[in-house]
Design a protein around this ligand. Structure first.
Ligand SMILES: Cc1ncc(COP(=O)(O)O)c(C=O)c1O
Length: 450
């Protein structure tokens, strides 16, 4: 049962007073909108952001799945007949403004294909952000190369200045991760890549459809990868894709994703020997996944629009609050996240904010979907699946030191960041409730700090 205002614990009661003050500040006064907020507040509205992609499931996804069932042929290759997966690859290529697209079973699979296509292997170093999802680290290790971490900055993305500090003669590539819907500083990173002749993998798992200066993320570097697991915007539960403008990289990835074979559907007779047959994996996407993704892709812009509308109103409601700042965006126009990130002065105030907003049942968390990798136990101890694995057996691999001292700027940003998860289906009441609760907490905590 939801607590009534009488049964609210003291902290919540104090916050309710703050909330009333917030309503006055926001100009709701006793207008209809504000009285609704108070009513909702007395009930302690539980705001749930939910998964984005599945919200938009409808007749199109059902129809696509039905077609696959009725075809009795859920496999991606059928001679030259266009299958759901092949059509998805073509449609995704067009949407992204890329030249080639390879559909695979996950974002991790796409990263593994990227490592194989770029020829990353023992003796190579790959620069990876210190805060991202595991796959950016594990795929480098699985390739036998050495992951070298660069710190993130207040954009939550890799800091180009630290990337430059981490470049060595052995650096082969940088994995730039556009975390939680927002682009890295691509001008600075591409400039480094050109000057030092490095290959760039753009990990867009968390930012499909986002842009940098008008260009879709994933198409600026050598290879872009995407994930379609449930936490991402468009989703089939699982799935992934790789895009590139390079014929050579595409062939290499395509071969690697299918045990070293290059199926004739790719129609690449002239260049198919760019990567001769060699051991690969089975990362072939199923037709069921392809069908759902084909239905989701035309809805991606609507998902992004719905999220942007809601974030804009919340931002406008809380932008003037004193004592908090926000995540820095390298291109705010192109951002697509289902989040608003507040940057607090220190980790103690972040934790207080988190507790206070959670008490109001707001969907707030620490930075989600990523970990600070250098402090994870298996990273610290350089664990591999075999003791002689090449990643850490080179002199550089032996001498590299991970751990908290190696990533202080990352830990500082991570521990000060608070994430409000925004739902594409947030109602006006829920949006008002979010704004009012944040304002109320700001008022209350201002007292605590002064
Ligand atoms: C930044 C990033 N890269 C890669 C991946 C891997 O994607 P998948 O889960 O589809 O393997 C994820 C998934 O969460 C991710 O967030």
């Amino acid at each position: 049962m939801l607590p009534s205002s009488n049964s609210l614990p003291r902290r919540k009661f104090i916050t309710l007073n703050g909330l009333l003050a917030a309503g006055t500040f926001l100009g709701f006064g006793l207008q209809k909108g504000w009285s609704q907020v108070v009513q909702q507040t007395q009930k302690v509205l539980r705001v749930v952001a939910g998964f984005t992609g599945p919200r938009y499931y409808g007749a199109e996804e059902k129809e696509g799945l039905l077609q696959v069932v009725e075809s009795r042929y859920p496999f991606r290759y059928k001679g030259h007949t266009p299958t759901q997966v092949r059509l998805f690859e073509q449609e995704f290529t067009t949407y992204m403004g890329s030249t080639y697209c390879l559909a695979v079973t996950s974002g991790t699979a796409a990263l593994n294909c990227a490592m194989a296509a770029l020829g990353v292997g023992p003796g190579d170093e790959v620069i990876v952000p210190a805060c991202t999802w595991w796959s950016d680290y594990t795929t480098v290790v699985q390739a036998g190369a050495l992951p070298v971490f660069a710190d993130i900055d207040t954009s939550l993305n890799i800091d180009p200045a630290d990337v430059e500090r981490k470049i060595s003669p052995r650096t082969k590539a940088i994995i730039v991760v556009h975390l939680l819907g927002s682009s890295c500083n691509m001008d600075a990173l591409m400039d480094l890549a050109r000057r030092y002749r490095l290959q760039v993998v753009e990990d867009c798992a968390q930012s499909p459809g986002a842009t940098y200066k008008g260009q879709k993320l994933g198409t600026l570097g050598d290879i872009g990868i995407y994930s379609f697991n449930i936490y991402k915007l468009m989703t089939a539960g699982e799935g992934g894709a790789l895009v590139t403008h390079s014929e050579e990289l595409f062939f290499k990835a395509a071969r690697y994703h299918d045990m070293g074979y290059l199926h004739r559907v790719f129609d690449m007779a002239a260049t198919q020997n760019l990567m001769p047959e060699c051991p690969g994996e089975n990362y072939r996407m199923s037709e069921f996944t392809g069908a759902v993704l084909r239905a989701q892709l035309p809805k991606l812009d609507t998902m992004i629009r719905d999220l942007r509308q809601r974030k804009k109103v919340i931002y406008q409601g809380i932008a003037a609050l004193s004592g908090i700042a926000f995540r820095h965006y390298d291109d705010a126009e192109g951002e697509t996240g289902a989040y608003i990130h507040l940057l607090l002065p220190d980790s103690t105030s972040r934790d207080r904010w988190l507790e206070a907003l959670q008490a109001w049942q707001l969907p707030v968390t620490e930075v989600s979907g990523s970990v600070v990798l250098p402090i994870q136990e298996s990273v610290l101890n350089k664990r591999t699946r075999h003791p002689q694995w090449p990643s850490f057996s080179t002199p550089e691999g032996k001498s590299i030191v991970y751990g908290p001292e190696s990533c202080q700027p990352t830990l500082d940003v991570y521990n000060r960041m608070l994430q409000l998860n925004v739902g594409a289906g947030f109602t006006p009441d829920e949006i008002r409730y979010c704004i009012a609760s944040i304002q109320a907490v700001a008022d209350t905590l201002r007292g605590v700090h002064s």
